[in-house]
Write a protein that binds this ligand. Sequence first.
Ligand code: FSX
Ligand code: SF4
Ligand code: F3S
Length: 390
Amino acid sequence: MSIEKTDSSYDLLYRSFKERIAQLETLPKMDESNSIERAIEEKGFSRRDFMKWAGMMTAVLSLPSSFTPLMAEAIKVADRLPIVWLHMAECTGCSESLLRSAEPTIDSLIFDYISLEYHETLMAAAGWQAEQNLEGAIEKYKGRYILMVEGGIPTGNAGAYLTIGGHAKKGKDIAYEASEHAAAIFAIGTCSAFGGVQAAVPNPTGAVGLSEITHKPVINVPGCPPSEKNIVGTLLHYILYGTLPALDAYNRPKWAYRNRIHDLCERRGHFDAGEFVEQFGDAGAKEGYCLYKVGCKGPYTFNNCSKNKFNQGTSWPVQVGFGCMGCSEPDFWDTMGVVGEPLSEKLYNTTFSGMGADATADKIGVTLLSATVVGIAAHAVISTIKKPKE
Ligand code: FSX
Ligand code: SF4
Ligand code: F3S
């Protein structure tokens, strides 16, 4: 059940955000020579661009537009929070999704601006020095730093499949130790949230998600990769609220993952009308018809891709005509069936463990899921009968 916020509850929220920002402002800046205004100017953005971005992030976090100035204030204090960003077993696509755009974006600029005390892709240090930096950051900012982890964590062979640095420390031990003293923990990407591609059957390295390594609460920000808005939004949410966001059954923030891809899809009208792409490149594809029959897993996937999009907000999988692969769902490599084929055809003789893929992210149940899949498949079949191919 969703609770409508009243004007007075927004007033209260506004005041509590203001207090939280004021509190963070009392903390020392990590780098006195840096400021968000300067970073914006240096990258050629105007104040107007920045406020537009703040407005967009306000909407992403489902707050009213009157909160936009507060959002701009919140990002200014982001450099007071030290961040430790660890890499485990993965492709680094999560960092890359934020950093490697054709032109600098405000999101990538925020990534430069926040205080990344330790980030293996970005830092100059290597080997012994890198290890020392990590230990130093953990010690110095004990209980204050935000831990962001990218990648699945191998546990097989006592964790020996992932050893890092001069002391050959195991990834699982590094992740555990860093989690122990963190103020908040975010698992960035499907690998860190649920194990990801390296955890796919037969999972030779015994890779698991971060939440299986630490006993502390982990906020999962899945996607392979997740959108930069969901990464930056998770940080902004923490800055503003100072608490964990409302989470779904898989510890994903509801503000980002409460809706199904299918329900926010621009091709949904075609699904309902029974207009499907039957084969990549056919006449239906040119008309922008629904991609269900060519393997779109949007009906079983929770994410906000159609709203945020990727590559500077230019596009997302369904828009380019490929469909959703279900990349923000646990074990999607195993449970979402063959890429390019509808899931329904595979469901009846497989054990589907992809819970959470039903009408709401809170309802878990294979039975419910099966009913949905059967319903969707039946709709696709009936639509074909009703609409004979031209
Ligand atoms: Fe995994 Fe991130 Fe996919 Fe890659 O590092 S979520 S393989 S995009 O990059 O962890
Ligand atoms: Fe969109 Fe895929 Fe749903 Fe079709 S099946 S409406 S393309 S999400
Ligand atoms: Fe992933 Fe599907 Fe979005 S494949 S990027 S959740 S559209």
